[in-house]
Design a binder for this molecule. Structure first.
Ligand code: ADP
Ligand code: MG
Length: 349
């Protein structure tokens, strides 16, 4: 589980806390103009222009949020960054810096943490954010990672969860449900492997699903796509839980209702095929699966021509008056109430 490429194992204590920090962070360079001082002092220093800053934090706990038996550490590092940046992009903001805090037990050799940091570094490069600080401490057993992301946006283009109006169109980026199914496939393979360690899994039919679970990407592109189209969303949220729970967040925060159309929900062909194979309902998976890190937003009715033909966006419904409630309109044209059954660490217990 904690094997690394060259299979060497250096105990963390050989480096000591400061040596470890220095070792893991030595390759980080600052690229953002707003990063004045990064790692190496008591605090990082950022330059703030006349823009507004957004700050968001996520905490990931081994055994609750990730399972190292099928999540390579490099992917975990990458995903931990992506999950945070997705929240920044959901404010229609540009991500600029992150801090990374880890708590590790001595079960982890230095090489394992190197892999974790390779993933963090790859994501920081790809999304063009600077790692400007963090904290390092020990735990008695598992691994805990907390990342804080900082971004900036113009005051008049930041988008909140509140702001949707009656008649606004409900839009989602990309496709949904794949990450949850990827997890189901990995869980199934883990069980097969426990019974027969010599089994060679054939995962060809699920490559997209597994990639969406193990190497998700955040929608850094959406803010620019929308501004190029001259569309200013009225509300926005990222889909970390299922579609249904995020729609409910938008509705409650904006004090509106909504009609979501089942036949408009964008699904990848692998999602449809795998749902058939696993005897699962693809709409249920899309509504309750989670971890897709796509963006869900509302736009004014008049913006319809600007987004209708764009392959990045699917119009999946429209907002209504609050008193009308939140509903799914099924393919059979029946109206059923939307309920929040999004995955979260609490209701899994
Ligand atoms: P302090 O005692 O002031 O908390 P530390 O010795 O913990 O300082 O950290 C030294 C520097 O290294 C600081 O700039 C801190 O932000 C950074 N740092 C510590 N741990 C990490 C980490 N896991 N990842 C990135 N930067 C870190
Ligand atoms: Mg510290």
């Amino acid at each position: 589980m904690l094997e690394n490429k060259n299979n060497s194992k250096t105990n963390i204590s050989e480096l000591g806390e400061f040596g470890l920090i220095e070792h893991l962070t030595k390759n980080f360079t600052l690229k953002q103009k707003s990063s004045v001082k990064g790692i190496g002092d008591d605090a990082a220093v950022l330059e703030s222009e006349e823009k507004q800053l957004v700050v968001t934090t996520d905490l990931l706990v081994e055994g609750v949020h990730f399972d190292l038996s099928y999540m390579p550490l490099k992917h975990l590092g990458y995903k931990a960054v992506v999950v945070n940046l997705s929240d920044v992009y959901a404010m229609n903001a540009e991500a600029t810096q992150i801090t990374v805090s880890i708590a590790v037990s001595n079960r982890f050799p230095v090489e394992a943490l190197e892999e974790l940091y390779e993933g963090i570094s790859a994501a920081a490069n790809y999304y063009n954010v600077d790692v400007v600080g963090g904290d390092t401490t020990s735990t008695t057993s598992g691994l805990i990672i907390s990342i804080t992301a900082i971004g900036r946006a113009k005051k008049d283009t930041i988008v909140y969860r509140e702001g949707a109006n009656d008649n606004d169109l409900l839009v989602v980026t990309g496709d949904i449900g794949a990450a949850y199914l990827g997890l189901q496939v990995l869980e199934r393979e883990k069980k097969v492997f426990q019974v027969n360690p010599n089994s060679q899994p054939d995962l060809d039919a699920y490559t997209y699903l597994i990639e969406r679970q193990l190497k998700p990407e955040a929608r850094k592109d959406v803010s620019k796509l929308l501004s190029d189209l001259e569309v200013q969303p009225t509300s926005m949220i990222d889909i970390s839980d299922g579609l249904s729970s995020e729609i409910i967040h938008l509705c409650k925060n904006s004090k509106v209702g909504c009609n979501l159309f089942e036949d408009k929900i964008p699904l990848d062909p692998q999602v449809v095929a795998t749902c058939e194979e696993f005897n699962m309902d693809s709409t249920t998976i899309a509504l309750s699966g989670g971890e897709d890190y796509e963006l869900l937003f509302t736009v004014k009715q008049e913006d319809f021509p600007k987004i209708k033909a764009n392959p990045n966006f699917s119009i999946i419904g429209h907002m209504t008056q609050e008193s009308e409630g939140m509903h799914l309109i099924t393919r059979a044209n029946t109206k059923i109430p939307l309920i929040a059954r999004g995955w979260n660490s609490l209701n899994e217990e």
